[in-house]
Ligand binder design. Structure first.
Ligand code: HEC
Length: 182
């Protein structure tokens, strides 16, 4: 047995570990919150009635998939069903990542892009309304049935935003939620 053969098992273990690391990197790391939106975006919020409006979501889908304008094809990187097709594109199915953003932060990122990545600024190609539509569609992947509650700064079931948080000790009954949503 010569010296190089002695190293073979070590080499193989090393290659195995390296391949594990490549697999780990292909997945996004643990969810991390995005930086706060700059002042000019911090007061931008989803227009009233957009989150659960099937027509708006349908229009957002047409933008996202490039059906509306082939120059704006979010799906070419983010995937038609929200499963990324380009490495590094944000995976919108990961609820725990998506909920770290406010609606204003999503809007800022879609408007200005993410410097140093393939994510471009879309504000020259999409009106503000179109950007909100595309976000309403994007939200259906990981935030289905939720809306951003601006007053309470969190994601809540659709139709319940803006309600005072349930008082401690008070049972949050179904009936109470339905009544308040009217
Ligand atoms: C050329 C590929 C590409 C296209 C086209 C693209 N994106 Fe992205 N997008 C990316 C990448 C890569 C990232 C991850 C950026 C990062 O590392 O933060 C990203 C991130 C995002 C994020 C999250 C930003 C953040 O803070 O992580 C949003 C929201 C987003 N894209 C929406 C869209 C929308 C809406 C469109 C279409 C109008 C679109 N993207 C088109 C590649 C793309």
């Amino acid at each position: 047995m010569n010296a190089s053969e002695n190293f073979k098992p070590i080499l193989m273990v090393g290659m195995f570990l390296a391949s594990l690391m490549i697999v780990a990197c292909a997945e996004e790391g643990p969810p991390k919150p995005p930086p706060p939106a700059p002042a000019e975006y911090s007061d931008k919020h989803m227009p009233e009635g957009y989150w659960n409006n099937p027509e708006i979501i349908e229009q957002g889908k047409a933008i996202f998939t490039g059906a509306e304008n082939i120059d704006v094809n979010c799906a070419s990187c983010h995937g038609k069903d929200g499963k990324p097709v380009k490495a590094g594109a944000r995976d919108f199915r990961r609820t725990e990542q998506m909920t770290l953003y406010s609606d204003a932060q999503w809007f800022w990122r879609v408007s200005e892009g993410v410097k140093g990545t393939k994510m471009k600024a879309w504000k020259t190609k999409l009106s503000e309304e179109e950007r909100w539509k595309v976000i309403a569609y994007e939200a259906t992947f990981g935030l289905k049935g939720k809306e951003y509650d601006v007053a309470n700064k969190k994601w809540v079931p659709q139709g319940t935003a803006g309600q005072a948080p349930a008082a401690a000790g008070e049972p949050a009954g179904e009936g109470a939620t339905e009544k308040a949503a009217e």
